[in-house]
Write a new protein. Structure first.
Length: 141
């Protein structure tokens, strides 16, 4: 068995993945060399995220029983500045993932607000948000 140890990895995370990356960097500061966060979760209280129009729309769609490509198009249309860029190929790629992701996301949407702990980070951080983001509050801390 070959074991490979990585030194000072760069973590990149978007949305819920951003919260996971941030949490990992806080838990294992000696293992993370850089952090790239794209509209990350974990820097606001949960209710702030749930109140975002895109998140509210996503839960409404999936709670209505919509599934597959139709549901994915309804959710993703709020993620793009120009929804005409949402191709059938993108929908076909994402729709199967959403069936699993939505169930998992609903069961673990208990990400803590880590804002107070940001000062503990020991690596450079590059964070950015979209100006018209419907899923994640603009700015963070």
């Amino acid at each position: 068995m070959l074991l490979v140890y990585l030194n000072k990895v760069t973590l990149l995370g978007n949305s819920l993945g951003g919260a996971v990356a941030l949490g990992y960097a806080l838990a294992y500061p000696n293992e993370v060399g850089r952090l790239i966060l794209m509209a990350p979760g974990g820097v606001e209280d949960l209710q702030t995220y749930l109140d975002m129009p895109g998140i509210a729309n996503m839960f409404k769609i999936y709670q209505s029983g919509k599934t597959g490509s139709q549901a994915m198009r309804s959710v993703m249309s709020m993620q793009l500045f120009d929804p005409s860029l949402l191709t059938d190929e993108i929908i076909a790629e994402r729709a199967p993932i959403a069936a699993i992701q939505t169930q998992a996301a609903r069961s673990v949407m208990k990400i803590p607000n880590m804002t107070e702990r940001l000062k503990e980070l020991q690596c450079p951080i590059f964070g950015f948000w979209g100006v018209n983001d419907q899923f994640n509050p603009l700015g963070g801390p």
